[in-house]
Design a protein around this ligand. Sequence first.
Ligand code: PLP
Length: 453
Amino acid sequence: MASKKSVKLKGPKIVVEPPGPKTRAMLKRKERSVTDGIKIGLPAALEYAEGPFMRDVDGNVYLDFTVGIGVHNCGHRPAEMVKACKDQLDKFIHICFMVSPYESYIKLAEEMTRICPGKLTKSIFLNSGSEAVENALKIARSYTKKKWVVSYRSSFHGRTFMDISLTGKEKPYREGFHPLMPYVQHVDFAYCYRCPLNLEHPSCGLACVESIRTAIETSPLADDVCAFVGEPVQGEGGFIPPPPGYWEKIREICDDNGIVLIDDEVQTGFGRTGKMFGIQNWNVVPDLLVSGKGLSLGMPLGGVTGKEEIMASPGPASLGGTFGGNPVCCAGALESIKLTKKALPNTKMIHKVEKKRLNEWKKEFEIVGDVRGLGAMMGIELVKTKAGKEPIPEIARNIQLNCHKKGLYILTAGSFGNVIRLHPPLVIQQDLLEKGLGIIESAIAEESKKAGL
Ligand SMILES: Cc1ncc(COP(=O)(O)O)c(C=O)c1O
């Protein structure tokens, strides 16, 4: 008899309302043994995952539109990638690249140069997106010898001290951890739905970029900014794509002021926005490109890939880490990149189907205030009324839980926690995508009715 684990998953299928008894028991153990600083988003303990589906310990099968927070772009455990990792495990697991070089690390660095925009010719690999952002800043500092770093108020760049200093959102990322790193200046992103300048695109003429220029060119920042860090499309900030022409103007400011432009592609990279990298939706080449998440489809890996002269600036032995660029992770990443290239064309179908459906919801439901996004990175901003735009995070959360009970995993995001974000696997078939969207639609209808909106 085939073991339970080797059965092909079909779903979504709910056999017991989550959280089922086995999940509840595990959550109790979690309460006792795991820090309260980690909060569980959805109440189902995972046992098995394959392709677009996940099965919990109680036997429920879910369709996954979170993909491990934007990681499994080619679905869970693609066979080619699992094989590549197993093959490497059979050779050696770890030696540390600082002790002895090995093929998968160097091959991955060469591949990054091929797939990155422009001429980004040198890489370093780390264990996570957070560590990669941190390293990009060290490199920018050593290259420019300047102090200040500019980032966005509604950004997210990871969990280390430097990363939370760059990240603008106080709760839950920064609160309780002050004092943070000095010499970080936050500026406003082009969040057109809630324009910080109360203007409208395109008549605004991208005035928000001019205010960034003013901040950068005025004391104390003037002539002393080493790096400008941004996500091409904001992820945790609420799936916000800036308008056409935006990144070109930011590039100009960086060029005019000798600032290293750091492109944080941890969430937008590897096909999510319909291009290999999010920044390729604009005509811009960054100085340093930071990768993570979809780089290795679930094996812990982050990277910085950049221009020759900038990447050459840190002193010998000044960068590295015991596990950074682990051989199994790099072997997995090489296969992931091949799979991602094959999956990319499918993002056109995903975008078309989602855009049509989300725009219908915007007309149909008062609480759907804005729908937006690029490629397979689309979000739905929920508000009490279209006119007032009052954020309703509690209803976004109820929709998320309602979807979960129906067998669909989704995430929320945004400065107010009121954005539903869609991360279907890039390889998803249209019928399954429609099924997932159908679940979201019924959850929006039910939860807005319950709230009397
Ligand atoms: C844009 C961005 N940068 C950095 C990070 C941090 O990556 P990691 O969680 O792998 O440390 C994230 C994680 O969500 C991210 O979205």
